[in-house]
Design a protein around this ligand. Structure first.
Ligand code: IMP
Length: 190
């Protein structure tokens, strides 16, 4: 079987580059000399923050954290914390995608509790139809539908994060059961 009908490119590299540059300019204009701290949520935001930070034209610091989910209801805790103290800082959380909004709601509260001067969020993707809680999103790259996405940091079972563009998965069963076929299509040069 050819995997082509299973995955479909939804945002190509040129459109990603253009939009990330616009977001970088917006942040530069909004923050000026306040020297914000980007707090990128690992691992999904890695390509996004790497491109974003190079498009910010004012002084900025970059830090990381990782979250883990546990227990019923998927409670969230910090698995890897920032190294910078955030008290009094202007924090910008960098997320790959906001889906239900639950992760972001918890994270914003955690960072605000540390005495940040302000907390804002930038997400590359906003999966609007899936939102369960209303959470502020100050900057977003693209609004997307409810398809499962891979590439440019987004994974399925740890794979596909290194694809340079974004793809929608039309049939997750094929991805789970015949990953070799999908890989042959997505990585034609391998
Ligand atoms: P939320 O708490 O439901 O908003 O979950 C957000 C997290 O779910 C993101 O940071 C991603 O790790 C993951 N996620 C949501 N949608 C997708 C997707 O389409 N592809 C890959 N990961 C996703």
């Amino acid at each position: 079987m050819n995997a082509e009908p299973t995955v479909s490119e939804v945002v190509n590299t040129t459109d990603l580059e253009t939009r990330v540059a616009e977001l970088g300019r917006e942040i530069s204009a909004d923050y000026g000399d306040r020297r914000p701290v980007l707090v990128a949520v690992l691992v999904g935001s890695l390509p996004f923050v790497a491109d974003l930070v190079r498009n910010i034209e004012v002084e900025v610091e970059t830090d990381f954290l990782a979250l883990s989910r546990f227990g019923e209801g998927g409670r969230i805790r910090i698995a890897l914390d920032t190294s910078l103290p955030l008290e009094g800082r202007h924090v910008i959380i960098v997320e790959d995608i906001v889906d239900t909004g639950l992760t972001l709601t918890v994270l914003r509260r955690m960072l605000a509790d540390r005495g940040a001067a302000s907390v804002a969020t930038i997400a590359l993707l906003d999966k609007v139809p899936r939102r369960v809680v209303d959470v502020p999103l100050e900057y977003r790259g693209f609004e997307v539908g409810d398809e499962f996405l891979i590439g440019y940091g987004l994974d399925f079972e740890g794979l596909y994060r290194n694809l340079p563009s974004l793809w929608a998965v039309l049939d997750r069963d094929v991805l789970a059961s015949r990953p070799e076929e999908v890989a042959r299509y997505l990585y034609p040069g391998r």
